[in-house]
Design a protein. Structure first.
Length: 447
């Protein structure tokens, strides 16, 4: 039996795709079609927001040409797939002529003629609605945000709001957007969606005003410092068909999602312990060490560390406690312990104390080690007692990683999804709940 394999994104499946699949099918007896995952589509240079990978897999299956559909998930997978499936022919469109000649070492490479006059890019340009996103705040994270929007479809940064006119004007000049500094209502009238990257204590008011103006909102971490506020805003967004998403970039990066999937599939058995750590050394005066601006290790770092624990162990923790070292009213170090009925976990956080910055997930069959900085997950290893069984996983972590949260946000808007499985609203509320318990000094001990 002669096996043929081909790959593509198959976004907005069209006549050109059908013709190529038909031609590939005619080359052999069995056609395997690789559909690229939802991570970076390097062929187009932008992250897809229209059809997710499962929808695209189903579309390919519906053509009737594919005998088997697989997902292309990592760099170098084509060689692995060709050998794994004993492929005889690799087929791809003629727009890639010469790019895959290196595969001739493993099988025959054939470049198939493309259908002229049609492409996903052309259809996207004809049908794609571009959403204007306005940025609230002009600090460090906002300055990283604008370049990241350029690698995601359907979004364009067009405005910035900052009550400090000088900062707003400087930001606008640097990134070619319009500046607003005194009338937030006017800013909202000129955007379709809002990215809130302002100081922590302003997140609630800016997010609420934006939602009440009918705008979708992507809000930076910490999303809210109160569970009640988080519930209130998520409920309002739900009732009014608006997208509200916490900008927890780690939650949306491909490698972290793969890690969660593997752990939940049982590769290390039952999880009994999750240890995360995250720290940054800063010097006063700075917002991170200012008690008036909700500074401190917990408010600054807990959203990512707690998110990881909750994604792995769930929301139903049984008890908790906090241990902190405090200077000038700010926790420069906090250790959070969350216990579950059948597991335990801890998050070690520093804003003036240095920690390793890794993550270890311990199970009854093995453990997962994610080196520092684990929150920029690009590599992790599954380890066992028998080291010969250890397996390493490598992923690309592109740019500053904000593109992954922007992609999810825009995909939710375009596809009318109000919830993301990568970070459920209840997960976000649970993080806010634990941070609030800390700020209320529940089960708290100073060291």
């Amino acid at each position: 039996m002669k096996k043929v394999i081909t790959y593509g994104t198959y976004d907005l499946l069209h006549e050109g795709h059908l013709n190529l699949l038909h031609r590939a099918k005619e080359l052999g007896d069995y056609l395997i079609v690789g559909v690229t995952s939802d991570s970076f589509d390097r062929g187009r240079g932008k992250l897809n927001v229209r059809n997710n990978v499962l929808e695209r897999v189903e579309a390919v299956k519906a053509t009737g040409y594919a005998d088997e559909v697989i997902i292309e998930d990592y760099l170098g997978q084509k060689i692995d797939d060709i050998q794994r499936y004993n492929v005889d022919i690799f087929a791809i469109g003629s727009d890639w002529v010469g790019k895959f000649d290196y595969l001739n070492e493993y099988c025959k490479v054939i470049y198939l003629p493309r259908t002229e006059g049609i492409s996903s890019t052309m259809l996207r340009e004809q049908t794609e609605e571009v959403y204007r996103i306005g940025i609230v705040g002009s600090g460090r994270i906002a300055r990283r945000f604008v370049p990241e929007t350029k690698v995601v479809n359907s979004v364009k940064a067009t405005a910035v709001f900052d009550p400090n006119k000088e900062s707003a004007d400087a930001f606008a000049a640097q990134f070619g957007v319009k500046a607003y500094f005194d009338k937030y209502e006017e800013f909202l009238e000129n955007v379709d969606a809002v990215y809130v990257a302002s100081p922590h204590l302003t997140h609630y008011d800016y997010t609420k005003q934006s939602l009440y103006a009918g705008k979708h909102v992507l809000c930076e971490i910490p999303f809210m410092l109160s569970a009640a506020q988080a519930y209130e805003l998520y409920d309002y967004a739900e009732i009014n068909n608006l997208v509200l998403l916490e900008a927890s970039k780690t939650a949306f990066c491909p490698s972290f999602n793969h890690l969660v999937t593997l752990v939940k599939s049982g590769v290390i058995g039952d999880v009994v312990d999750v240890k995360t750590s995250l720290s940054k050394m800063v010097s006063a005066p700075t917002r991170e060490l200012d008690v008036v601006q909700a500074g401190g290790a917990m408010n600054e770092h807990a959203p990512l560390a707690l998110m990881a624990i909750i994604k792995l162990l769930g929301k139903e923790y049984s008890d908790f406690d906090f241990h902190s070292k405090v200077e000038n009213g700010v926790d420069v170090y906090t250790k959070v312990v969350l216990n579950y009925p059948h597991a335990t976990s801890s998050a070690t956080l520093g804003i003036g104390v240095k920690t390793e910055g890794n993550m270890v997930i311990s199970g009854t069959k093995g453990y997962v080690y994610v080196p520092a900085p684990w929150w920029l997950t690009s590599f992790f290893e599954v380890r066992y007692e028998d080291q010969a069984k250890n397996k390493k996983f490598f992923y690309s972590y592109d740019g500053d990683g904000l593109r992954y949260e922007i992609q999810e946000f825009m995909s939710m808007i375009v596809n009318h999804r109000k919830s993301s499985y990568k970070l459920r609203r209840r997960d976000s509320v649970t993080v806010a709940e634990i941070i609030e318990k800390f700020n209320l000094r529940e089960n708290y001990k100073e060291i």
